[in-house]
Design a protein around this ligand. Structure first.
Ligand SMILES: [Zn+2]
Length: 121
């Protein structure tokens, strides 16, 4: 049996379900930008101030993951490939210590990021 992935928008509570986790995360990302763009921008601005442009710290990423998928997506969306390669390696070293649900969010984030980087965004 295929696993059904589910998630909930932290801003409006809309639910997302998909058999493909990457596809679900992409839909959430689109939803967040369409309906909560002000909030997304505020999150990004907060992230930039804390760690420099597109340059969040490992601690910021771990905190964002604990806050949920949309928060983590908003934080990592602006991270470019060279920084992402180093950052994802560093965050992955914390995987054994993550709660299972946080590890799932992190795994999903990596899927979304690798798709975005392939598309060149
Ligand atoms: Zn929403």
């Amino acid at each position: 049996m295929k696993k059904m992935w589910t998630a909930k928008c932290s801003q409006c509570g809309q639910r997302f379900r998909n058999y493909d986790r990457g596809a679900m995360l992409t839909r959430i990302q689109k939803h967040m930008w369409k309906f909560h763009s002000e909030w997304m921008r505020a999150r990004m601005k907060a992230g930039r101030l804390a760690g420099g442009p597109g340059n969040p710290t490992v601690g910021m990423v771990l905190t964002a993951i604990a806050q949920g998928l949309p928060v983590a997506l908003a934080l990592l969306r602006v991270v470019k490939k060279p920084r992402w390669d180093r950052l994802s390696g560093a965050v992955s070293s914390f995987e054994p210590y993550m709660k299972p649900e946080h590890r799932e969010i992190w795994q999903g984030l990596k899927v979304v990021k690798s798709m975005n980087i392939k598309r060149g965004s």
